[in-house]
Ligand binder design. Sequence first.
Ligand SMILES: [Zn+2]
Length: 390
Amino acid sequence: MKIARSLLGLACGLALALQSTGTSWAKAPPANPCAQIAAQLQQVAREAEISAPPSVGCEVLAEAEFATYHHQLAQALGLDLNLHSDSKILTALFIVPESYPYAECVVQASASGALALYDPLAKKLVIKENSNISELVILHELVHALQDEMLELRSYAHDPKLSFDQIMVRTALLEGHAIVISEALSSDKAGSSSEAPSAVVDSRCTPPKALATLFDYPYDFGTIVARRSRSGGGNAAIKKLLMRPPNSLLDLITGASNPVATLPRKHDSSACRQDTLGIALVQTIAKLVLNREDSLRIARRWVSDDVRVCLAKSGDEDSVWRVTWESEWQRESDAASFFQLLRRLIEREYQTSLNPDARYLVFSNSEGLQFTLRQTGLRVQFETQSSEII
Ligand SMILES: [Zn+2]
């Protein structure tokens, strides 16, 4: 899903802005935030024990130009290709309401929240003018420049062949690493937050809570993993993880290689796209009705999943669509718990009540959306589609 590729790849300023902005320069911030880049690059290279690239470009752009740059980079990296189908997945899985204009908003929201970005194509740092940027953000972005030298970020984090789950793993490692290294160097780790991050330009684009949780996931989780890895095995341990990323977020959490179920792949239509969502999606959905601990407990029982989204081939792709999400669980009781969770979400979202004893439920809401929810042994299948069927 491109939410990972667009937001996670480009908007690390967003999460950082929320965590720590403002006055983290040891002295007054320099008039030109690019002035000390070469020295700061050597600083992060020493801290991370990674060879620095010979040079990294740096440019300061006014807010409007920064937004244009961000947008063009997103296009160049192919991040804007599947926005409509991603929007349907997120709607079907309760992450965004049907009314949220995801396709219009996602790149814009990411650009307006970001203070700076690292461009892996031009090999340069781009900073938003007058953003009162902290040294921490610059150091963070320079860690991405080191990672790019080591891993070639364009293919590492943006390869269209990677699943959403795999992108989440890589993004969590990249961001966690950048956060841990930059915090180790910054004079103000806590970050006194005197400046709010710039508001999203279009208020319709403010991300709903569950979407914000999903965007934050790799930063929060990645920081935990990177701290744990670096304190246990130093820079070598985290570099090893970066160079050989586990195949799923579950593997990254457990530090093991979990058996991967083989859900049937159905390449039946060019109008459909398939992906594996993994435990970040499961946990985000579970958090809509459960607390953090219980949602993690459910997510850890995930074995595999397969989401398929189909849009009308021509005509109104926004109104004719189908999302089918099949998941496999460790035990039948885990599948039953997840089935009940989805039942509760349908009930809550559409103000209805469904038979809690049934293992096969069919429901239509007043807008004509049709839902099918079924548990068979270890598997749960959930399908949502528009009233006009593909
Ligand atoms: Zn970042």
